[in-house]
Write a protein of this length. Sequence first.
Length: 365
Amino acid sequence: MTETDASSLPDNSGQTGASYAEAGVDIEAGDRAVELFAPLAKKATRPEVRGGLGGFAGLFALGEYEKPLLAAGSDGVGTKLAVAQAMNRHDTIGRDLVAMVVDDLVVCGAEPLFLQDYIAIGKVVPEHVAEIVSGIAAGCIDAGCALLGGETAEHPGLMEPGEYDVSATAVGVVEEDDVLGPDRVRNGDVVIAMASSGLHSNGYSLARHVLLEKAGLPLDGHIPDFGRTLGEELLEPTRIYTKDCLALAAECEVHTYSHVTGGGLAANLARVIPEGLTAELDRGTWTPAPVFRTIASLGKVAQEEMEKTFNMGVGMVAVVAEDDAERALAMLTARHVDCWTIGRVRLAEDSDSGRAVLVGENGRG
């Protein structure tokens, strides 16, 4: 080991000492960000919340559940963040974050109780952090869960000043006897699709490659087929289905849900289809939104690649008992959810057991 003689070190006694701010971390900016977003975050609450923001841990009373099972999920937003940062618009990305987490929980019938976020950022700009958290708070309100707390970490030297990443963890609860899943799915069940609001939060690496790099389209350019700019289309927030799914399960015989995220419609639905059964989906029951057609056309992306990368217009799927299908459709329609019967569950052949298969061509107007 080499020893250093203190007398050989340079004499910096006349210089100002190094500081955290000089290294790139602005604690005062972080405090200001909290001041800006605290009123917004406080609106995203539930009666079970104990204490307030600012503690080292959030507290939540479990309530009056008889046989509760806790469900937890974590996720991020992916490269959709690059679009938000390029457009300097940060108020929508939080809704995407909440949607990606809470709509995974509701698949098993769990009601999201609370969510905690994590924001890693190159340089804290209080107004930008407040915009991000405002979207998270709005998403929590839409989902009926509390924003129980979070963390904002400044990472100078690791991330550029305008760069950030977000993630979140949510916890939900479901009675043990009410857990939804593959074991409930039966031959003859009806598969109901709920429309997506657009790309949601998956496939943006391919979308950006095709639209921005290959086609060279500007984010602020107006696209007639979209009726708005490309950037506005790409930043359309992910729809949050939580309350709709919980309401449907409370009134109808829902056997399971599938949240259509990375991997596409067929792959995600296959996760909740048991061996011996197949979900057969008819492409002719809907037509994907123009953004999907534009990506496919400009990038010459094969249909198979599109369907395993994007949601193609379906954000959530419910598998319901045949006798309750019409009532389920009526309930969702009354809640202003664009929905339709997309297929059925049937007995499987050896080659498609435990799978979801797409048949036909897209054609619904």
